[in-house]
Design a protein around this ligand. Sequence first.
Ligand code: GLV
Ligand code: GLV
Length: 343
Amino acid sequence: MPDSEYIIPQLGSLFAIVTLSTMAHIYVTRKIPEEGIVLLKEAGHTVSVSKKDEVLTREELLSALKKEPYDAVLCTLNNTIDSEVMDAVPTAKIFANYAVGYDNIDLDAARERGVTVTNTPGVLTDAVAEHTVALMFALARRVPESDRFVRAGKYTGWGPMLLLGTQLKGSTLGLLGAGRIGTRVAEIASCLGMQVIYYDVKRNEILEKNTNAVFHDTAESVLQSADVVSVHVPLLDSTRHLLNAERLALMKKTALLINTSRGPVVDEVALVGALQEGGIRGAALDVFEHEPALAPGLAELENVILTPHTASATEEARGAMSRIAAENIIAHLNGEKPENSIT
Ligand code: GLV
Ligand code: GLV
């Protein structure tokens, strides 16, 4: 789309009218890296970004969307986008989610209204995989716990039994979910000399070829065999509480659990129970069932690492997510099907 600032002086007013008529107004529910905002503006659109650098409450979101007949909305994973929200801005036929997961959006409501929903896959794969591996090392070698120990003045000298951890080389990584992120985690793990086993609703031949990963046809079988379990499934009805008390009980007592996917995939109360009772050795969570709240007792456990949903938080990934969300909106406004449309 031509940029009106350059074209108006050169081609005169007739072209300017044509250009202005294709200008759209986009609402962004939260401040995000500038890349995407710049792209939207360069495409000739007007962008309004929420002034509050915090998640908008539902009431705030509804009233913000009712203010103008916006043509598009760029939203984040903590905005619940349901029929009422879509009806607050019936002119917006696209909600571009600034995330790879889109469980915050009611897809049926979107389809009924002819609303396009897009996500930002691919660009955060490395960031999330690297964070997962960071948590795996930190958990296996008890890094945060050791740091707390030293800072608390408890270190009185080297000890042969002090803070023993688990070696990753030779141990088995069990993946629940082997999409892009799970595959990248497996590639890194196999470089570390870990065996990889996985369960997914479909087999991933590239993963098997690149990492010698072995497919298991049930989640239960992976849970029984793995030393480290890492979860990389989207949140769906079928994956909610995939890790419930019963399945947690199948894990080895020495096993470690990592969740960088979505909180409700793990029954957090059951997990606290398993950790307290020694059912498993440790867990690292980047996502929580009732985010940002934590299950009672979780934060008191020494054998737990908690990060604030920052697995995709690299400058590279967050910048690229901003760009991709904007590109999805620009394609839609140009009458094209955005590359990452879900609906
Ligand atoms: C992050 O959690 C995402 O889905 O992008
Ligand atoms: C998400 O990008 C996934 O496929 O794991």
